[in-house]
Each structure stands twice: as structure tokens, then as C-alpha cells.
Design a protein around this ligand. Structure first.
Ligand SMILES: Cc1cc2nc3c(=O)[nH]c(=O)nc-3n(C[C@H](O)[C@H](O)[C@H](O)COP(=O)(O)OP(=O)(O)OC[C@H]3O[C@@H](n4cnc5c(N)ncnc54)[C@H](O)[C@@H]3O)c2cc1C
Length: 469
């Protein structure tokens, strides 16, 4: 017998789950199909959460190493790293969050969560192959594809050898390697290089481009490069990998620079983090009018594909690929499908944190992006070396840049590098999203001594940013 639903949602990550829950809460009969073992997607099982759990361990280790500076005398000697305990803690948090996500979903009677694979037969029917039991057909009025993305495996000679891993495997390594070659200095490559370097792993980070973190404010990316080198990460720019071969319980990565000179780096493991591609395989998209390539499914301004009634959200529609972006799209799509007035998220007001050491915060447009978009801009810079909170915390290092429009003084972008700045990027997102002016920012009372004060202090540096009586 064919089961009938109002909406089919494929993928239970940050893109699929919120829309499924919101529609079901509004009494739409929703089928949410997830091919993995739990709800949470890449974010929970292979991305944001496991990487931040490792990051927390790395940051605590760094703090312990500096204990004496703060007048704390620990027993002499280097702290011991128990990799298995770190992995076990990670697994416990993941289990807890996955259970919580499932429990929440199951409180909504109109939401039917199934684990298994689904393939579209046409624009209104699909075949569901549950993890256990017989396959059966389902019918739906509309569908939302939220199948996310996966690591790109570069077509390099030797790629795919046993010692080569991606972010899908790195959080479950059986032991902490002594050396690691990371290929690709995007956010994931940078974060993991610094985490493993903090654990004492000899890390070589190879990047084909001439700087790390291509989309980040150039000055801030350069500042981080210097700090990475100080932390012991062997960062090599202009390094095009040509071949990888196994040797002595690890692998040699051969690479060339633009002048053609050949070099090599050795690691017990080689972590390939050279990008992500949309998960569109085995979905039956060829049975519909949906158009897609490896960068993503094509959608219009309301996230509808070329097949009317079929929508797509999150990583599967391409950049930007962030969990909060996927969830924001997902919730707005739910309201749109419920006939409510909505504004779909725009990349110009997106915010993100790269959990490098120290963190990089991004909200809105960089100087270059703002100019390209036709804005006349000014930039104000606040140096964390003079910041009270940063000095107290022993991290008086870093930079906050606020990009604002020349005539209106509207905040267009906030870009920062500094320990702890992740916690203030919500305010940066608010300033950009609400389009507030530097004067308004200067007038908001920020608690002292906190890093959030840096916004007000930066705004006070604007010549006309005076107190309005
Ligand atoms: C190492 C790493 C660290 C990251 N750190 C951060 C971070 O700190 N902050 C941040 O915002 N973002 C981070 N991201 C990105 C973030 O994980 C993604 O942007 C986010 O998970 C995208 O959500 P999504 O729902 O679109 O896709 P996903 O989370 O990938 O979810 C898609 C789901 O669909 C399921 N699926 C796929 N195909 C099918 C099918 N045919 N049938 C049924 N189900 C299917 C998958 O099993 C998966 O559960 C990180 C990513 C990585 C790899």
C-alpha cells in the first residue's frame, strides 16, 4: 500500500530537520527520511560538533601549558593526552545530542521519522527502502531535498590509499598519529591542523593557493598564518599535490610549487580536506526535472528546484556551507510553505566563526566584497592588544575590523581574529543584519570587561561617532 504525505523531507541534518519539524508542528503530514543512524547530519556526526569537541580539548591543553603564567603551579612535566578518552567523550556527546534530536522529533505526532534510503520515482512518488523491512512507495504533494555534502577526493595519483583520510574518518582515528599531512587550508584544514599541532602532532599543511582561507579578509588570514607558524604548523603555500605514496607506516605527499620545483612531506596519515560536493547520488533526481551538478542543486530565490513542488536546502544547494545557514534556510522555507510572509537569508548578512587558534569571526561583507557590491566604505580597526578583557585573559592579541558605509555609517561587515571572539559574533551578526549605524553601536552600553566592548570601542574610533544627547 502507498503511504501518503503532504511533504517528504530527505536528510535529517540541520537543513532537513527544522523544516520537517516546523511543518509537522503546523499539522502537515511529514515524512522525514535519514539514511544515517540518527538525526543530526554531518554537523553532529562528522563536522561542527566533533571538531569543536577536539578543539575544546586542544584549548584546555594550551591553557594548562600556560598555567604558571597565571600563578598556578601544576606538577612539572608535559600533560599526557589520552586520545581514546577524547574520542569517548566525543561519542558520548554525539549520542546524547542524537537521542535528544530524535526525542524532540517524536513529540510531534504528524512527523514520521524513518531511517533508510529514499529514491524519487517522479515528482510526486518515491521508493523508501527502510533500514529494516520491505521497501514501499510513498506519495507526497511536495518534497525537500536536504542531503548535504561530502568530502571531495581529489584526482591525485595515489589518492584513496589506506593512510589517506577525510574529515569523515579523522574523528575516529584509533590512535593519535605522530605526524599528519593536511591537504587544503580551508576552514576545516586550518582548524584540524591547529588542533592536532596543539596535541603535539607534527603537522604539515599544504595549500595550493597563495594564502589560507580564501574567503576570509586577507589581512586577518595573513595574521593567522603567522600564528600557525608560531604554533608549530608547517604551513606550505603554493603547494600543488602531484602524487601520494605509502611508505613506512605512513605516506609521502609529493607536491610542486609554481616554479615547478618538486618537494615532499611525510605523515603517518594524510588528511584530505580540499572541498565538499553536493550529495545528489542515488536520489532518483534523474526521474525529475531537477537540475544539478557536483556543486549543488539549482534553486530559485525561494529554494524551489527546476521541478515545481521540489525544494532543496543546506549544503546540497552549494555555498555557503554552514550548519546555521542550512537551519536558517530550512526554517524560512517552512514559513514560506505555510503561506507566511518571509525573507530568505542573504549571504551578505551571513555570519560564521572559523575555530582556528585564535578564532576568526566573520559577519557580512569584507572590504573587497563591499566595494564589489558598489558600496563606498570606511573601515575602523580595533586592536585587541589594548583590550581589557583580552589582557586579563592573557590573549592580548588580535584585530577587529568594522566595515561601514561612508555616507550612512551603516555596519556592512565585521571581521575579527582573537581568542574568544566566537562569543561576540552573534552581536556582529545582529549589527550587520539589522543594518545599525556606528553611532547606534557606540551608544549601546556594553558590559565591562568583556570582549563585546570592542564593538563599542571600535565605533568610538569613527570621527563623527559622537554621543547624541
Ligand atoms: C569537519 C567539519 C567541521 C564543520 N564545522 C562547522 C562549524 O563549526 N560550524 C558550521 O556552521 N558548520 C560547520 N560545518 C559544516 C556543516 O556541518 C554543514 O554545513 C551542515 O551540516 C549542513 O547541513 P545539511 O543539513 O545541509 O547537510 P548534512 O548535515 O550533511 O545532513 C544531510 C543529511 O542527509 C542524509 N542523507 C544524504 N543522502 C541521503 C539520502 N539519499 N537519503 C536519506 N538521507 C540522506 C545524510 O546522512 C545527512 O544526515 C563543518 C563541516 C565539517 C565537514
Amino acid at each position: 500500500m502507498t503511504k501518503k504525505y503532504d511533504v517528504l523531507v530527505v536528510g535529517g541534518g540541520p537543513g532537513g530537520t527544522p523544516v520537517a519539524m516546523a511543518l509537522a508542528a503546523a499539522q502537515r503530514r511529514v515524512l522525514l527520511v535519514e539514511r544515517g543512524a540518527g538525526l543530526g547530519g554531518t554537523c553532529l556526526f562528522e563536522g561542527c560538533i566533533p571538531s569543536k569537541i577536539l578543539y575544546e580539548s586542544a584549548q584546555r591543553l594550551r591553557a594548562i601549558r600556560r598555567a604558571a603564567e597565571f600563578g598556578l603551579c601544576l606538577s612539572p612535566g608535559e600533560p599526557h593526552i589520552d586520545w581514546q578518552a577524547i574520542v569517548a567523550r566525543k561519542d558520548a556527546v554525539l549520542r546524547q545530542r542524537a537521542q535528544w534530536a530524535l526525542d524532540r522529533a517524536q513529540t510531534i505526532p504528524a512527523l514520521d521519522v524513518r531511517f533508510g534510503a529514499v529514491a524519487l520515482l517522479n515528482q510526486r512518488r518515491a521508493l523508501l527502502k527502510p533500514a529494516s523491512g520491505e521497501p514501499y512507495e510513498v506519495e507526497f504533494a511536495s518534497a525537500i531535498i536536504a542531503t548535504g555534502s561530502k568530502s571531495v577526493r581529489p584526482a591525485v595519483l595515489g589518492s584513496g590509499l589506506a593512510r589517506m583520510i577525510t574529515s569523515e574518518q579523522v574523528f575516529d582515528l584509533e590512535y593519535l598519529p605522530r605526524s599528519l599531512v593536511v591537504v587544503g587550508a580551508g576552514p576545516v584544514g586550518v582548524e584540524l591542523s591547529q588542533i592536532f599541532a596543539a596535541f603535539g602532532v607534527r603537522v604539515t599543511l599544504l595549500e595550493a593557493g597563495l594564502s589560507i582561507l580564501g574567503q576570509v579578509d586577507e589581512e586577518i588570514a595573513r595574521m593567522l598564518e603567522v600564528r600557525m607558524l608560531h604554533q608549530g604548523v608547517s604551513l606550505v603555500l603554493d603547494a600543488r599535490v602531484t602524487r601520494i605514496c605509502h611508505a613506512g607506516g605512513g605516506a609521502f605527499v609529493q607536491y610542486r610549487d609554481t616554479a615547478g620545483a618538486a618537494h615532499e612531506a611525510y605523515g603517518e596519515y594524510v588528511l584530505e580536506v580540499t572541498g565538499r560536493e553536493a550529495c545528489t547520488e542515488e536520489l532518483g533526481l534523474e526521474n525529475t526535472a531537477v537540475r544539478y551538478d557536483r556543486h549543488g542543486i539549482r534553486v530559485n530565490h525561494v529554494l524551489e528546484t527546476d521541478e515545481p513542488g521540489l525544494y532543496a536546502v543546506g549544503d546540497v544547494v552549494g555555498q555557503p556551507m554552514f550548519a546555521h545557514w542550512a537551519s536558517a534556510q530550512s526554517l524560512v522555507l517552512a514559513h514560506y510553505l505555510l503561506g507566511q510572509p518571509v525573507r530568505f537569508p542573504e549571504p551578505a548578512v551571513n555570519a560564521a566563526v572559523i575555530f582556528s587558534i585564535p578564532e576568526i569571526g566573520i559577519a557580512g561583507l569584507t572590504e573587497g566584497e563591499a566595494r564589489k557590491a558598489g558600496h563606498e566604505i570606511e573601515v575602523v580597526r580595533y586592536d585587541f592588544s589594548v583590550d581589557a578583557r583580552a589582557q586579563v585573559a592573557g590573549h592580548a592579541d588580535g584585530l577587529l575590523k568594522v566595515v561601514y558605509e561612508r555616507g550612512t555609517h551603516r555596519v556592512l561587515g565585521v571581521h575579527a581574529l582573537g581568542e574568544g571572539i566566537a562569543s561576540i559574533m552573534g552581536e556582529a551578526a545582529l549589527a550587520v543584519g539589522a543594518g545599525i549605524t556606528m553611532e547606534a553601536l557606540a551608544l549601546i552600553i556594553h558590559p565591562h570587561p568583556t570582549l563585546s566592548e570592542s564593538f563599542a570601542l571600535a565605533a568610538h574610533l569613527v570621527p563623527t561617532s559622537v554621543f547624541i544627547p
